[in-house]
Design a protein around this ligand. Structure first.
Ligand SMILES: [Mg+2]
Length: 272
């Protein structure tokens, strides 16, 4: 293919997938255009490995993927024609582990709850039924979402106490990132670090690759900073996630998969 090579890193919830229905149908024309142009699409999500594999199957995606807010990068074995130093191999993937083990995050969440007296509920405190209800999932999908390895989603009974929780997490060497439905307690990992790790491998394989990133929430900002062309889709209400300011940010005309389709098609038109 002549001209610059591209790769697209995309968030799933509220971006490629509709916030409420989880449908990607409106994005289909743009998905097909990317496939036709031979441009890899890399999922970069707060979802777990099992959930992300479900969506890879649904979309027929065969590329590497990033899970749990950058906690790990999964690369199909043989994807790169050279030896990669993975942290482990697992079920046909080489895995780069960037996040903190889930058990440590659970202990830290309990400690923050005990110290502050603030009502914090993580996925590990919730029955599958509660996760299903909060996400609008079936019980089966909620069970996939509960299989956390590097990231603990949580809710706060007093939303105004978020700043205190963030300070407590930072004091413990951890971070809080906020997605469309939950706050997430994570280690030093974020979507941007994971994107950079994968970009380094892509560059080794193919030389310079221009990266497009597309997201909807504050937890996507590190990913958007780690790409050449950052795109933000609207929230269901029509506005944009607050406090995302970076140079060259492209604002999509619609929310979720409709915005995804328009922004990607426009980009392909302008680069053609
Ligand atoms: Mg999102």
């Amino acid at each position: 293919m002549a001209g610059p090579r591209f790769v697209v890193f995309t968030d799933l919830d509220g971006t490629l997938l509709d916030h409420a229905t989880y449908s990607f149908e409106p994005a289909r024309p743009a998905l097909e255009a990317l496939a036709e142009a031979g441009i890899p699409l890399v999922f970069c999500t707060s979802k777990t490995r099992d959930e992300t594999e479900h969506w890879r199957k649904a979309l027929g995606n065969t590329h590497p993927f990033i899970v749990e807010n950058g906690g790990a990068v999964f690369v199909p074995q043989g994807y790169f024609p050279f030896e990669v130093k993975f942290d482990r191999t697992d079920g046909g993937y080489g895995v780069l582990e960037l996040g903190k083990p889930y058990a440590e995050l659970r202990l830290a969440l309990s400690a923050i709850r005990a110290r502050t007296g603030i009502g914090l509920r993580g996925f590990g405190d919730m029955a599958i039924e509660e996760i299903a209800e909060r996400c609008g999932f079936t019980l089966k999908d909620a069970a996939l979402a509960a299989k956390r390895e590097y990231d603990e989603p949580f809710v706060l009974t007093e939303p105004e106490s978020l700043a205190l929780i963030v300070r407590e997490a930072e004091a413990a060497g951890l971070h809080v990132v906020s997605g469309g439905r939950f706050h997430h307690l994570v280690g030093a990992s974020d979507k941007g670090r994971a994107v950079s790790a994968l970009r380094a491998l892509l560059a080794e394989d193919q030389g310079a690759v221009r990266a497009i990133g597309i997201g909807d929430s504050v937890n996507d900002e590190p990913m958007l900073r780690a790409v050449d062309i950052p795109i933000l889709v609207r929230k269901p209400g029509g506005g944009f996630a607050a406090d995302i300011h970076l140079p060259g940010l492209v604002l999509a005309p619609y929310a979720g998969p409709e915005g995804w389709r328009e922004a990607i098609l426009e980009l392909l038109r302008s680069e053609a």
